[in-house]
Ligand binder design. Structure first.
Ligand SMILES: Nc1nc2c(ncn2[C@@H]2O[C@H](COP(=O)(O)OP(=O)(O)OP(=O)(O)O)[C@@H](O)[C@H]2O)c(=O)[nH]1
Ligand SMILES: [Mg+2]
Length: 264
């Protein structure tokens, strides 16, 4: 396996330029520090302003809540169907840290492993995004698949420097989406700040993303949350904008589908 550059940017000696896309056979967009997009123009209009404000309390999004894994079929599922974004990945990949940063625009690394689920809400002018992280430890992975049918979008986080566990991360991702050929997937190649972190091209290869169907929308973005207290990196902002836009798009499709079903 080749080693890549840090910081989620261009990949030294990579076979794929930052803006490569169609040649990969799927609708994957590779996104570096500047969120290079390629191929057909899904998500052309970024709407960062939609993400501002309307959180709980003093305009701040609520802090992540921790809790036990809910029984399947009850909250946080149920009537929230069609609004949730599922966040999965191996333990320690950085899911909670990422969510914290996305919710507050500030970096504050989470240190405690998620022992159940972690629900984070980000309100936008148009909708309310509900992120649901299920912890990545082995005992919790059996719950992952149960949440898939009712979410609009899957965010899959990998620790780009955890080379040894990339094959496991790949296997789990492939198992997750094997029976769902259209669920959009955003892969976050996280911890790009770490020495030895694989760049997005290497992560693309290690996860065999080309093999995950050609019907779904798929994106790969390098991210990191570097320093406590600092503002989030531009790649994190790009990821947030991408997720918000994709979420709105999928929610519109979901509502359209539901109203058609009701009219029958
Ligand atoms: N260097 C570096 N460390 C990070 C980054 N993001 C998170 N971490 C650290 O990685 C460790 C795990 O982070 P978490 O956010 O708890 O990981 P998780 O995926 O939520 O793990 P589980 O809840 O156990 O599934 C923590 O010590 C974080 O401080 C990053 O971008 N760079
Ligand atoms: Mg966590």
């Amino acid at each position: 396996m080749r080693r890549g550059s840090r910081k989620g940017g261009a990949c030294r000696g990579s076979r794929l330029p930052a803006a490569a896309g169609p040649a990969m056979g799927s609708r994957l967009r590779l996104c570096g520090a500047a969120l290079a997009m390629a191929g057909g123009a899904a998500l052309a209009a970024w709407a960062w302003t939609r993400l501002r404000g309307r959180g709980a309390g003093r305009g701040e999004p609520p802090a992540p809540r921790l809790g036990p894994v809910p029984s399947i079929g009850v909250a946080p599922q149920g009537k929230r169907q069609g609004r949730q974004i599922l966040v999965l990945g191996l333990d320690g990949a950085g899911k909670s840290s990422l969510l914290q940063a996305l919710a507050t625009n500030q970096v504050k690394r989470s240190l405690a492993p998620t022992e159940g689920f972690n629900a984070v809400c980000i309100a936008t002018e148009e909708s309310q995004m509900e992120f649901l992280e299920i912890g990545g430890s082995e005992s919790l992975r059996s719950y992952w698949k149960m949440y898939l049918p009712q979410v609009l979008l899957l965010i899959y986080v990998v620790d780009s420097a955890d080379h040894a566990r990339l094959p496991v991360a790949k296997q789990l991702l492939h198992q997750l989406v094997e029976n769902n050929s259209t669920l959009p997937v955003v892969v976050l190649a996280h911890k790009q700040d770490l020495e030895g972190a694989y760049c997005i091209t290497d992560i693309h290869d290690a996860l065999a993303l080309s093999d995950i169907g050609d019907k779904r929308k798929m994106f790969l973005i390098g991210t990191h949350v570097a320093e406590d207290g600092s503002e989030i990196s531009s790649s994190m902002k790009d990821a947030k904008e991408l997720i918000a836009e994709l979420f709105l798009e999928m929610q519109a499709l979901f509502l359209q589908h539901n109203s058609c079903s009701c009219g029958r």
